[in-house]
Design a binder for this molecule. Structure first.
Ligand SMILES: [Zn+2]
Length: 420
């Protein structure tokens, strides 16, 4: 199945660039970047626009599932065959970029448009999904649509989640066309989806550095988060000699440094203290309490375990050194995901057919694909991010790669379509 020549004719860099810019204008910040938070008026505007494109330009049959996911379907030649699914999200973080999410949705639009123009009728139905609320938002919850679709979220769990204005997330889901009373009907059964492939910007610098076209994602990092509290004693910052202090912030600094060092020696592993609070937070009082929110991410379960063990060890040691008491509480945990070797192989074959270079890599950020991987063979196609920048206005991907990603997606779907 040699599609390279056909593809030259039907894929358009100008068309996909124009769409990226049009969607980037919805919620554009005056100072650059995009703020299109899930369920906001801009998110709704973007959703309406993509539905129009899916229906009027691609000829898809569009429905909104009970979780608010937009699903456009292109029927296949085989009745009742499992579907080949693709898609991503259109919501953004606050002051983010215009590629994270839209690159995957609009890449899929370009791929389906190309199949239409080539008059290719697949055996399996194709489904293009725009997932609800992938990014953190005013409700403090992410990957809502993909988790809902695989049965990892329930109405009960969302019942008390409200934004700052007291608006409930269930009402927000209703506002975009979902139906919390029918959430269970939105759960896809294993076997219904033959494969899921998501195009996404890499958000890391490796593809650009290695001058590769495509990243074939081996899997997604696991994440462990915990809150550490350190109790010291508040005393006069002037009159207390240095050797008589129980300074909670100095102990915290020690732990932050320790965590940084522990992660630096492991592969595919990072660790961060991203949030810290100090009491009483006053210029002339020795800090009596600090709290640290830490995060360890690794593709290797064993690395997360080892770092945490060494960190706990250090915590118990510093008690004596600084005269402080410490405690730690886990707040979040997800295991690493390994994507289907079968799908990775198909993406590799697609790259070979199209003559694109590729790199196998691990994603250090979470995606909707994490969750879909629990019910279907799943893979991700990464395209280069300039300098690895993401979740910021400077996020940028050369349109050449938007097209390459869309071509690899179309070719991968065609290869998968030939197999039962
Ligand atoms: Zn994303």
């Amino acid at each position: 199945m040699m599609r390279k020549k056909d593809f030259e004719r039907v894929f358009s860099k100008e068309r996909i660039t124009k769409l990226i810019d049009e969607f980037g204008a919805i919620g554009a910040d005056p100072n650059g970047g995009v703020t299109r938070l899930a369920f906001s008026s801009y998110d709704i505007k973007a959703r309406e626009k993509i539905i129009r494109i899916m229906e009027n330009e691609l000829g898809l049959k569009v429905r909104i599932d009970p979780w608010g996911n937009i699903i456009g379907r292109r029927e296949g030649k085989l009745n009742n065959a499992a579907s080949l699914m693709t898609g991503s999200h259109l919501d953004s973080v606050r002051n983010g970029g215009k590629f994270d999410g839209p690159a995957g949705v609009l890449g899929a639009v370009e791929a389906i448009r190309a199949l239409n123009e080539l008059k290719i009728k697949t055996f399996h139905p194709l489904e293009l999904v725009v997932f609800t609320a992938e990014e953190p938002n005013d409700f403090g919850i992410s990957t809502v649509g993909s988790r809902g679709m695989v049965g990892k979220l329930s109405k009960e769990e969302l019942l008390n989640i409200k934004n700052n204005e007291g608006f409930s997330i269930l009402d927000a889901i209703k506002k975009i066309g979902g139906d919390p009373d029918r959430f269970h009907e939105g759960i896809r059964k294993p076997g219904e989806i033959k494969a899921f492939i998501e195009i996404h910007i890499e958000q890391m610098p490796y593809l650009e550095k290695e001058k590769k076209d495509i990243g074939i994602v081996e899997g997604i990092t696991g994440i462990h988060r915990a809150k550490v509290i350190i109790h010291g004693v508040a005393k006069h910052a002037g009159t207390t000699p240095m050797n008589e202090r129980q300074d909670a912030l100095v102990a915290a600094a020690h732990l932050i440094k320790t965590l940084n060092k522990l992660a630096s020696t492991e592969k595919n592993t990072v660790a961060t203290v991203g949030q810290i609070s100090v009491k009483p937070n006053s210029i002339n009082i020795i800090p009596s309490e600090t709290s640290l929110d830490l995060e360890v991410r690794s593709y290797h379960k064993s690395a997360i375990k080892k770092i945490l063990e060494d960190f706990y060890n250090e915590m118990s040691l510093i008690g004596k050194v600084y005269g402080v008491k410490t405690s730690i509480k886990d707040t979040y945990h997800t295991e690493p995901t390994t994507f289907s070797p079968y799908i990775r192989e198909k993406i590799k074959q697609a790259c070979d057919i199209l003559g694109f270079s590729y790199l196998n890599l691990v994603s250090m950020a979470g995606h909707d694909a994490n969750h879909i991987a629990t019910i279907a063979d799943t893979g991700m196609i990464f395209i280069p991010s300039h300098k690895g920048l993401s979740h910021c206005p400077k996020e940028w991907t050369d349109p050449i790669y938007l097209v390459k990603g869309a071509k690899v997606l179309a070719q991968s779907l065609l290869i998968l379509d030939q197999e039962n």
